[in-house]
Design a protein around this ligand. Structure first.
Ligand code: SF4
Length: 392
């Protein structure tokens, strides 16, 4: 089952008329809760609604269709959503557009996989992009993030910013990273960027000026061959800018992860790519070799991209061995254990975000299930012929 992270509210009543969007934090309506202006009492029954009212709450987040008639007759603010969003719990944050009632879950307090989409704009157009770029003015997303960050638990361990290309409006984004430094000083921040912006020294200067204690740029490099990388990202000259960007970041001592997504254009040569990375980038902080998520553009380009991981199992093991021997911190993301050579199991990470992670029937008797990344449930999952239970 995939967790539904966006939808249309049943009711959206009494929200600030001066703006067209609001951010709301769901709270358990007990006496002890400090009420922030964005806090809404979470109610699942009419009795809970009455209890919250008695505790002087005037903003309600209701789960269930049955609240509509009651809410329309009361004063104050209210958002009602269907039972599909039962998972929303104390501390979670949503962003809602008043007129359309469209909303998105922005932050889940109990998840290890929180990420903010910064923009849908991008100067790459990758063949397998899971979030196909749109050339629209979506500056409101950054405003929503600015409003959301004070509502995030300061004890949050990791937070990812993704896109599109987060550095499209780099000045505003750098301000958001400075906000993270001040408001979430214990949170490791990862930015999924195509890295091209860092070819411009003034953007590297701005990145340095943040002085964030735990900030990582995660940058994809799809091949050691420039025109293959440019083809995968559908942008001529992108390889040169990305490589220059990585070098400039590392020259200033910043943390960089290199990511290689594995598909028919990258996986057959993965051992060569790893050898090239080991020779030329021994100073990067991490290399992630990643199974493909079959969603977004990957669906449209399925014939071009699909390769069964069993076809590159040996090359991947070779590549991991080379990187590891070079002293580079390497991980395998998004690939289940049964399609990996046993020699690289220790590098395989449970990387798939909890809201789109699942297993199949074959997994039930598997002795490795607890340690296995499982599969994507998003898009149209493709199953490897190698998926079968591992028995001790
Ligand atoms: S059978 Fe399922 S749980 Fe076992 S390794 Fe394969 S994908 Fe993972």
């Amino acid at each position: 089952m995939k967790l539904q992270l966006f939808g249309t509210a049943i009711e959206c009543i009494g929200l600030n008329r001066a703006t067209d969007r609001s951010v709301a934090r769901v709270r358990v309506a007990d006496k002890s809760g400090t009420k922030h202006a964005s806090d809404f009492a979470l109610v699942r029954t009419i009795e809970e609604l009455e209890r919250a009212r008695a505790l002087d709450w005037r903003s309600f987040f209701c789960v269930g269709e049955e609240f509509s008639p009651v809410l329309r007759q009361q004063s104050g603010r209210a958002i009602a959503v269907s039972h599909q969003f039962d998972y929303l719990a104390d501390g979670d944050v949503i962003g809602i557009h008043h007129a359309s009632k469209r909303f998105r879950t922005l932050y889940r307090k109990n998840s290890r996989h929180n990420s903010f989409l910064v923009t849908e704009r991008c100067n790459n157009y990758c063949l397998m992009c899971s979030q196909p770029p749109k050339d629209a003015d979506d500056g409101w997303i950054l405003d929503e993030i600015v409003e959301s960050l004070p509502l995030v638990e300061p004890s949050l361990s990791y937070l990812t910013f993704t896109g599109g290309e987060p550095l499209t409006n780099w000045r505003a984004f750098v301000e958001v990273l400075a906000q993270c430094r001040d408001q979430l000083p214990n949170t490791a921040i990862q930015v999924l960027t195509n890295g091209r912006a860092f070819a411009d020294s003034k953007i590297v200067d701005a990145w340095s000026a943040i002085r964030h204690p735990n900030l990582m740029a995660a940058i994809p490099v799809y091949s050691a061959v420039d025109h293959i990388h440019d083809y995968v990202v559908q942008a001529k000259g992108a390889f040169d800018e990305t490589i220059l960007g990585i070098l400039k970041l590392k020259d200033r001592g910043h943390r960089v992860e290199i990511r290689v997504v594995l598909h028919a254009w990258t996986a057959p040569t993965i051992a060569d790519t790893c050898r090239w990375l080991a020779r030329n980038f021994p100073f990067v902080d991490h290399v992630a070799l990643m199974g493909l998520e079959n969603t977004g553009f990957a669906l449209a380009n399925d014939a071009l991209l699909w390769i069964d991981p069993m076809e590159y199992l040996a090359a991947l093991a070779d590549g991991v061995d080379v990187l590891s021997a070079a002293g580079i911190n390497v991980s395998i993301y998004n690939l289940p254990r049964c399609v990996l050579d046993r020699s690289v199991w220790r590098f395989a990470v449970q990387s798939i975000s909890d809201w789109k992670n699942g297993y199949v029937e074959e997994c039930d008797p598997c002795s490795e299930r607890e340690r296995c990344s499982g599969l994507f449930t998003s898009g149209r999952p493709r199953l490897s012929r190698g998926i079968r239970a591992i028995v001790p």
